[in-house]
Design a binder for this molecule. Structure first.
Ligand code: WTA
Length: 674
C-alpha cells in the first residue's frame, strides 16, 4: 500500500484521551505489552490450557498440546469432549441468556420511508429451538450422523448460522460456499468434500434484484454426483423452481411435522473432531479445504472475542462480512455466540438502497463494535462524510478492520469520521488457516498506542515473527516473510490440515521455511515491535478483501474456446486494493477485439463469479515465460505500472536478459494496441 509504506515507521497518534474516557481503556506502552506477551509464550501450553478451561467441556481435557505421527499436525486438548453448538446455544440458554437476543437480522427490501421491511430478532432460546429442529431434520429425514459431510450454499439469512450450528450439533462436517460463487465453484467444493446433502435457498435479494440461487445450485448438482439430497430454504417464495422429486425438499414443509419442543442431544465430540472445511485459494491448483476443529478453534475464538473485541454482555456486535468467508464463520457465527453476545446480520449490499446502509444499521440497533474491511471503508469514503454524519454512531466503542492492509487515510476516516476519535481502531491480521485473529490491538487485554495502518502486536500466546528465507528474524524496519513459530489453537486441524491432502498442507505451509508456519505474506516489524503486514508474497490476489488464486482465474479463462493461454496479475486499485488484469493469447482462428474482451469478462463473471472480473484484458501473441516455463509475472506487473526496462533485469531471476527485453518490448506494443 503506497501511503502505508511511507508512514511505516510512523508516529503514534497524538490524541487518544477521548478513547480512555469513553471506553474505559487504559493504554500501555508497547514495551509493557511485549513483556506480558513474552510471559504468555514462556509457558504457552499452560497459558492456553487456562483459557480452554474457561469454556464448558463435557469432559475436561488433561492434555494440552500433542504431536501425532504426522509432522506439523497437532492435537489441542485431545482428551477433552466438547461441542461448539452446545457452547454457542445450550450454555447460554442455561445460564441466564435464554431471552437475550442472539441475532438481529434485517432483509434488504425497504418500505417507502427507506426502513427495512423485515427485521427478525432471534433470542438464544429461539435460535436453540430452530437449531434443534434443523438438527432433527438432518438426522431423521436425511439419516445424517457424525462424520457425514454436507454443503451449505445459503445467503445471509438466519438459516445459514442455524444450519451450521445444526450440523455442528451432530458432528456433521460442513462446508459453506459463498452465495456469490458460481455453479462451477460450488461443484468443485461439493466434489472435494463429497457432500451427500446440499442446503440452499430459492433465492435472495441483492441490490434490488432477486438472485435465483436454487437455479445456480441445480447447475452445480449436475456436476456433483455425491449429492443425494437437496434441502431448500424458502427465502423469497419463488415460483418455477426445479424441485426434483425424491431428491429436493423444502425446509418449511419438512418442518411442519416437527414438534416445536423437539430436542436433539448434542454429540459429545473429541476436541479435534472436524467442525468445518472452508475452501480458500492458494498459489497453484484448486482451492484448499482448510480444516477447523471444535475444541482448539473455540478456544481461540473465545480468547480473541475477549482481547480484541473486549466483548461484554451489553455489546451489540456488528461484523459486516459475509458468512461465506472465514471472517463470518468466526466473528458472526461461532465467536459471538460462544460469548453469548448479540450480533447483527444483514442481507444485501453495504451501499444499497443508499450509501448509509451500514451507518443506518449502527444507528438502528445501537451497535457498539464494528468489524469491517478496508475495501468497504474506501468505497464508503468516496461517497462522502454526510452519509455517515447523518446517522448516530455514538454507541460505537471499538472498530476493527480485516482482510487486507488498511491504508492510513482509510484508517483515519474510521478513527476520525466514523468513531469521532472515541474508538480504538485496529487492523486485525489473520487468515482462513489461522481460524481467528493473530495480530491486533487488544483493547480488552492491554491496549497499546495507536498508529494508523499498523496491525500492531501478536496476540498473547501467539508466536509471530518476520523472517528471511532461512527463518532468521529480520531486524526492525526490514521486510521479510510473516511466519508463526509455534502451533496455536485454531490452526488447520487434525488429521490432515487440508481436507484429504496432508502432503499439500506440509508443502504449502511448513516446507517453505522449514518448521515454521508460512503465511505467504510480506511484513515489517518497526522499531516499537509493531507488525505491518504489507500484502501477499505469492500469487494470491486480494480483490476487495476476497482471496482469489491467479491459477483459478487463469484456468477459467483457458476453459473458454478462444483462449490458448492466460496470465492474471494484480493491479493496484484505489477502492478494492487490487483488481485482476488478464493477459491472454488466443487460439488460431480467433482474433482479438473489444467484443471478445467483453465476452471473456462475462465468461469469468458466469464461470467464476462477479468478484473476480478483470478490469482489463490484454491480448498478446505469446505470454512471456522463462525457459523453465514460468510466466514472468513481475514483468507483466512492471509493464502495467509503466516501469522502465532499466530495472527489469533483476525482476525475473530465471530468464535471460535478451528474452526479458524482447518480451517487454513486444508486449508493451501489444498492450498499447489492445
Ligand atoms: C490478508 C481473512 C493486512 C493477508 C481473515 C492474509 C491482511 C490474507 C489483514 C488472508 C490485515 C488479512 N492487514 N493484510 N489486517 N487481514 N490480510 O484467508 O494477505 O481471506 O494472508 O482471511 O488476507 O485472507 P483470508
Amino acid at each position: 500500500m503506497s501511503d502505508q509504506e511511507t508512514t511505516i515507521l510512523g508516529e503514534f497518534l497524538p490524541y487518544e484521551e477521548k478513547i480512555g474516557e469513553s471506553g474505559n481503556f487504559i493504554f500501555v506502552d508497547a514495551k509493557e505489552y511485549i513483556d506480558a506477551h513474552k510471559k504468555t509464550l514462556d509457558n504457552y501450553e499452560k497459558f492456553w490450557e487456562e483459557l480452554a478451561l474457561e469454556l464448558y467441556w463435557f469432559r475436561k481435557p488433561q492434555k494440552v498440546l500433542e504431536s501425532v505421527e504426522k509432522p506439523y499436525i497437532y492435537k489441542w486438548f485431545s482428551d477433552g469432549l466438547i461441542n461448539v453448538s452446545y457452547l454457542a446455544l445450550d450454555r447460554n440458554v442455561k445460564s441466564g441468556r435464554k431471552n437475550k437476543i442472539a441475532y438481529i437480522w434485517e432483509g434488504e427490501p425497504v418500505d417507502k420511508d427507506g426502513n427495512p421491511k423485515e427485521i427478525k430478532k432471534l433470542t438464544y432460546y429461539e435460535l436453540w429451538r430452530e437449531v434443534n429442529k434443523a438438527s432433527y431434520i438432518l438426522k431423521s429425514k436425511f439419516g445424517l450422523k457424525k462424520g457425514d459431510k454436507i454443503g451449505i450454499y445459503l445467503p445471509m439469512i438466519p438459516e445459514l448460522p442455524i444450519f451450521m450450528l445444526a450440523a455442528a450439533r451432530l458432528g456433521i462436517i460442513f462446508t459453506v460456499v459463498f452465495a456469490g460463487f458460481t455453479a462451477e465453484n460450488l461443484a468443485t467444493r461439493l466434489n472435494d468434500i463429497k457432500a451427500t446433502l446440499l442446503i440452499t435457498a430459492d433465492g435472495f435479494y441483492r441490490r434490488g434484484k432477486i438472485i435465483r440461487l436454487k437455479d445456480i445450485a441445480d447447475k452445480a448438482l449436475e456436476l456433483s454426483p455425491s449429492v443425494k439430497n437437496v434441502l431448500v430454504v424458502r427465502r423469497i417464495g419463488l415460483e418455477n423452481l426445479n424441485m426434483v422429486e425424491g431428491r429436493d425438499y423444502f425446509f418449511d414443509e419438512l418442518s411442519k411435522g416437527v414438534s416445536p419442543g423437539v430436542y436433539v442431544e448434542p454429540e459429545k465430540l473429541e476436541s479435534n473432531e472436524t467442525l468445518y472445511v472452508l475452501y480458500t485459494s492458494g498459489t497453484t491448483g484448486k482451492p484448499k479445504g482448510i480444516m477447523h476443529d471444535h475444541g482448539g478453534y473455540s478456544v481461540l475464538l473465545h480468547a480473541t472475542m475477549k482481547w480484541v473485541f473486549d466483548i461484554k454482555d451489553e455489546d451489540i456486535h456488528f461484523c459486516t462480512a459475509d458468512i461465506g468467508w472465514v471472517t463470518g464463520h468466526s466473528y458472526i457465527v461461532f465467536g459471538p455466540l460462544i460469548e453469548g453476545a448479540t450480533s447483527i446480520m444483514y442481507e444485501g449490499a453495504p451501499d444499497y438502497p443508499q450509501p448509509d446502509r451500514i451507518w443506518s444499521i449502527v444507528e438502528r440497533y445501537g451497535a457498539t463494535i464494528l468489524y469491517t474491511s478496508p475495501t468497504l471503508v474506501r468505497m464508503l469514503m468516496k461517497l462522502g462524510e454526510d452519509w455517515v454524519k447523518k446517522r448516530d454512531r455514538s454507541t460505537l466503542r471499538i472498530i476493527h478492520s480485516v482482510g487486507e492492509p488498511i491504508n492510513p487515510s482509510a484508517w483515519r476516516w474510521l478513527y476520525e469520521v466514523v468513531g469521532e476519535k472515541r474508538c480504538p481502531v485496529g487492523s486485525t491480521w489473520w487468515m482462513t488457516e489461522t481460524g481467528g485473529i493473530m495480530i491486533s490491538h487488544t483493547p480488552g487485554f492491554k491496549l497499546v498506542h495507536l498508529k494508523p495502518g499498523t496491525n500492531a502486536l501478536p496476540l498473547p500466546g501467539v508466536d509471530v515473527d518476520v523472517v528471511d528465507e532461512k527463518g532468521n528474524s529480520m531486524e526492525p524496519g526490514k521486510k521479510g516473510f510473516l511466519v508463526i513459530r509455534r502451533p496455536w489453537p485454531g490452526m488447520p486441524s487434525w488429521p490432515d490440515g487440508i481436507w484429504g491432502d496432508y502432503q499439500r498442507y506440509v508443502q504449502v505451509y511448513w516446507d517453505k521455511i522449514k518448521g515454521l508456519f508460512f503465511t505467504g505474506d510480506w511484513a515489517i516489524r518497526d522499531q516499537d515491535g509493531y507488525i505491518w503486514v504489507l500484502g501477499r508474497a505469492d500469487e494470491v490476489l486480494k480483490v476487495a478483501g476476497h482471496r482469489i488464486g491467479t491459477y483459478e482465474l487463469e484456468s477459467t479463462l483457458v476453459s473458454h474456446k478462444a483462449v490458448a493461454e492466460a496470465a492474471v496479475v494484480g493491479y493496484p486499485d484505489e477502492v478494492k486494493g487490487e483488481v485482476p488484469v488478464a493477459f491472454v493469447s488466443l487460439k488460431s482462428g480467433f482474433s482479438s477485439s473489444a467484443e471478445l474482451a467483453e465476452e471473456l469478462k462475462g465468461w469469468i463473471r458466469r464461470e467464476f463469479g462477479p468478484i473476480a472480473v478483470p478490469s482489463q484484458i490484454f491480448f498478446v501473441s505469446r505470454l512471456p515465460k522463462t525457459r523453465s516455463g514460468k510466466i514472468m509475472r513481475r514483468l507483466l506487473r512492471a509493464l502495467l505500472e509503466d516501469k522502465p526496462l532499466g530495472d527489469m533485469t533483476t525482476l525475473e531471476d530465471e530468464a535471460a536478459v535478451e528474452e526479458i527485453k524482447e518480451a517487454y518490448e513486444r508486449i508493451s506494443k501489444e498492450i498499447k494496441r489492445s
